[in-house]
Design a protein around this ligand. Sequence first.
Ligand SMILES: [Zn+2]
Length: 323
Amino acid sequence: MDVGICIAGGVEELERVDIDMLHDIGIGSLFVGCYENEMRWHAEEMAAFVRSAASAGFEVCIVPWGYGKVVDPDPAIDSLYVDTHREQLQIDSRGRRCHKACPNNPGFLEWFASQMRTTAWMLEAHGFLWDEPSFYYSRGTWACRCEYCQRLFYAAENYQMPRDLNEHVRTFRRFSIVMFVLAAAAAVQAVDPRLYSLVMPSPTLDTTQDNTGTADWSQLIECSAVDGLALYVPWQEREAEPAQAIKELYSLASRGQKTTNKPCHIWIAASPRPQDRVVENLLSAHEAGVPRVVLTDYTTIFRAPGADRFISRLQDAIARVSE
Ligand SMILES: [Zn+2]
């Protein structure tokens, strides 16, 4: 099993990342957060970091954050594009603009693809992770009812898009997200056809309620542009038993594949605190047959109190699961 780490702190954090230490403890892959607003001014620093990590032998995967906030789990991450292109934002079922661009808006799609091509060209990474591409949903209010979505829905279903989130609308949203991922993957592969694309669906242990457009993983994983899934295990939020949650989520992902056998790896929140159970969770994932675990993130693990003592425990655990 490979153990990776997410570096989410932006350019400022990259300067402090101890590449040699990560190498010594057995980390094999780096998932580097790449922020829209930072890339405007700090692309060179990002590129230098990715280059040094790749030449040190790490697999480097870029995680674009911001960028119209279609791929963006964290509402706190800003997007200058969202601030300056109100007319391209999703419209919710109450007629309001959301802080998220619409993945069906042609203007946004063109800008996003061109940004990803530039990013792929500047940062010589191994792949990209599309983190929770989604439509807006909050307490029964959903998006998107913009003119493009309405038009596409009518073309697909032959009736006006309804006000309620019925099965046809859910299907339409899932299909739209798959098309968005196809466009994103095509953009980076236009630069280098070897660049892989992973998708992280919205984290859930219950896939019966698809509110964001990504809860049906089978459609995502069967998509030709997707090379694998990354699944965040929300055991802390759900008060689930972590070993059980890891096992369930992983078998759910494997069962979701009807005609493919693409790798699904998992993400777990990590820190030196005993209640985060990092070592136990690594062992459970290994036991469940998970090919890779990504620990999130560098700051919460290595810049936390107790990090010095934790490093050797983590190193031992990685040695055990890497055998
Ligand atoms: Zn729309």
